[in-house]
Design a binder for this molecule. Structure first.
Ligand SMILES: C[S@@+](CC[C@H](N)C(=O)[O-])C[C@H]1O[C@@H](n2cnc3c(N)ncnc32)[C@H](O)[C@@H]1O
Length: 347
């Protein structure tokens, strides 16, 4: 059981972490070109955003207290690696701003890659250098995401993790098989292995450089597998996984790809198995954030974001054959837990 001192350490280190990424955000925004277009309506104040982040961190600590996962380490990396990442972030910023100014999210598009990747994937999401196609982009990604969420990205992922580990505690399945779809750099999988070291996990992603980064991040763990695959055509047998996770993928997919990926999730999940899905919150989830959500895809290259935040996720999953058990907004994200009807058989 964590002590009062553990809680104090958690709160202090999370505040320092948020201050570190917030300082990056503020410095990056000062150098960013001004962007024409929405907001239509007032943006939330920083006070509102940080209060919301604090509420998320309260729930995060509650999950730690309940033993759903261990408390996060006081720092993501040592001071030298943190300084290196910070330097790389700022060094890359002028290229990001150049693309932002020109509205150029197509720099990585190369017609020779068309047969190997869907067209939508070959873009500079967030105007990031290299899109999802380079080792440099993979090395910088986690830092960039934390900057975007002023240090709240991991805590949002941990809400998805807590829902998953709570389910694993209740299931009769002894050798559960877990699949993380679009695992990126393996951030979620590393948290999951930290919480459940014996769990068999597979990560899949369309980006080879991001999979290489995942491999490095999971190097300390056994019972891990990585597969290069498109979420729209998963190379796994029907009913082969007890649990699935998918974090921050769907807002980067066009509608048809979302429908295909949802159908694949329903197909590879065992009856009684569950999907733990986390992605951007949507329009109407918290109306005072709506103008900010409308502005986001303009300031950051996110061509499918508006369609995603106005889409009916519940109908999409239900039409794919899954039953929604729970939805919950978590800071700028939303967690959905869905079940494939049936009974999970013991193994
Ligand atoms: C915003 S990142 C999210 C990564 C990670 N899940 C996280 O928590 O940060 C989106 C990821 O989806 C991957 N991706 C995009 N389209 C994909 C597709 N059709 N199939 C599989 N992965 C895809 C990208 O390569 C990238 O790693």
């Amino acid at each position: 059981m964590p002590t009062a001192l553990d809680k104090l350490i958690y709160q202090t280190t999370q505040k320092m972490r948020s201050a570190w990424y917030s300082a990056h955000y503020a410095a990056a925004m000062r150098s960013a070109p001004s962007i024409e277009g929405p907001p239509e309506g007032p943006l939330p104040s920083w006070r509102t955003v940080y209060d919301d982040l604090n509420d998320l961190l309260e729930r995060d600590w509650q999950n730690v207290r309940e033993g759903l996962y261990p408390a996060p380490l006081p720092a993501d990396t040592g001071p030298i690696t943190s300084a290196r990442k910070s330097f790389a972030f700022f060094r890359d910023l002028s290229a990001v701003n150049r693309r932002r100014q020109a509205g150029d999210g197509q720099e990585v598009f190369n017609p020779d890659l068309r047969g190997r990747y869907p067209r939508y994937f070959l873009q500079n999401f967030h105007y990031q250098s290299g899109g999802y196609l380079t080792d440099e982009s993979a090395a910088l990604y986690d830092h960039q995401v934390e900057v975007l969420f002023v240090g709240g990205a991991d805590a949002m992922r941990r809400q998805c993790l807590g829902a998953l580990t709570a389910f694993l505690q209740t299931t009769a399945v002894r050798k559960a098989n877990h699949l993380d779809i679009a695992c990126g750099t393996g951030r979620f999988l590393a948290m999951l292995k930290d919480a459940r070291p014996r769990l068999r996990v597979t990560g899949t992603d369309l980006s080879q450089p991001y999979l290489r980064e995942t491999q490095r991040n999971l190097a300390d763990w056994s019972r891990t597998g990585l597969v290069h695959a498109n979420a729209e055509e998963l190379p796994f047998a029907d009913a082969s996984y007890d649990t699935l996770s998918c974090v921050f993928l769907f807002h980067e997919l066009p509608q048809k790809a979302r429908l295909r990926a949802a159908a694949e999730m329903a197909r590879v999940l065992k009856p009684g198995g569950r999907l733990f899905f986390l992605d951007s919150m949507q329009i109407g989830d918290r109306p005072d954030y709506d103008a900010l959500l409308r502005r986001f895809p303009v300031a950051f290259h996110e061509p499918y974001y508006h369609d995603f935040i106005t889409s009916d996720l519940i109908s999409m999953f239900e039409e794919s054959g899954l039953r929604i058990l729970r939805t919950q907004r978590e800071f700028f994200a939303k967690l959905l837990v869905a079940e494939k009807p049936g009974r999970l058989t013991t193994d």
